[in-house]
Design a protein around this ligand. Structure first.
Ligand code: AMP
Length: 254
């Protein structure tokens, strides 16, 4: 496994691998890796010759500076997990090297980026799509893997790839959960033991055959600050805060 910081250096490596007919699978992440990320890597390992993992906490997709500051960093553990998943390359750019243009955005907002999470996190999806586009340029992969956990993100990336004719196959991977049903997330490490138990109510409530407004009310009564519970794309989607930690989840509509 090779760890590379320089964008041009890894870009040349990947171009060389492709010229040798290697299929490239790419898993973009913000680090603080868990079993959800591992599932993406395992699937990429099965379906490609070369697996590339990127670790980069992208500042432009954080509308809340405190959330950016507090984003967990577990570098040593991430390397161990990547080794275990038989990753070939880790791309871990320096904070500023992906924005040589003074943080210029490229992708604009559209209808789907301004609803659900987009309505509550202005600029988040613009930042996310811009960084994913940059990463696709640096790592010109055959397949890129994204989790259903971030369902709106997945839809927007599929839209972007279609709109801009980007030659990448987007592969979606089912959400990995704790036994309690809580969706694994890097942000879960910021929950207390008690809150982690309570947080499993999100999935429990969402999975019940209840009106969306009743789900919202039930969670609010338990102490969650619910941003939205909505139905879209054949899913029930939710975002809620629990003691300052923002959690999202979604399940298929039955
Ligand atoms: P992140 O590092 O949180 O930006 O996530 C990187 C990728 O991992 C995204 O495609 C996420 O959707 C995916 N991911 C995060 N949590 C999970 C999970 N619990 N199950 C499956 N995929 C996940």
């Amino acid at each position: 496994m090779e760890i590379i910081n320089n964008p041009t250096f890894i870009q040349n490596k990947i171009i060389l691998e492709k010229s040798n007919n290697k299929k490239i699978g790419f898993v973009p992440t913000m680090g603080a890796l868990h079993k959800g990320h591992k599932k993406l890597l395992t699937q990429a390992r099965k379906e490609n010759d070369i697996v590339v993992l990127s670790i980069y906490v992208n500042p432009t997709q954080f509308n809340d500076p405190l959330d950016f500051q507090k984003y967990p960093k577990t570098w040593e553990d991430d390397i161990a997990l990547a080794n275990d998943a038989q990753v070939d390359y880790i791309f871990a750019p320096d904070q500023n090297s992906l924005y040589p243009d003074n943080y210029r955005y490229f992708i604009d907002e559209n209808k789907n980026s301004q609803i659900l999470c987009g309505a509550f996190r202005p600029g988040h999806f613009k930042g996310m799509m811009t960084i994913v586009l940059k990463l696709f340029q640096i790592i010109p992969c055959h397949r890129a893997y994204f989790g259903e956990k971030d369902f709106q993100q997945l839809q927007l990336i599929k839209d972007m790839v279609n709109s801009f004719f980007i030659p990448v196959q987007i592969v979606s991977v089912e959400t990995v959960r704790e036994e309690s049903g809580l969706a694994l997330s890097s942000r879960n490490s910021r929950l207390s033991v008690e809150d982690k138990k309570l947080a499993s109510q999100i999935h429990l409530q969402l999975s019940q055959n209840k009106e969306l407004s009743s789900i919202k009310k039930a969670l609010e009564d338990m102490g969650f600050e619910v941003e939205y519970v909505e139905e879209m794309w054949g899913r029930k989607l939710i975002a809620a805060y629990l003691n300052g930690v923002r959690l999202i989840d979604n399940v298929p509509v039955k």
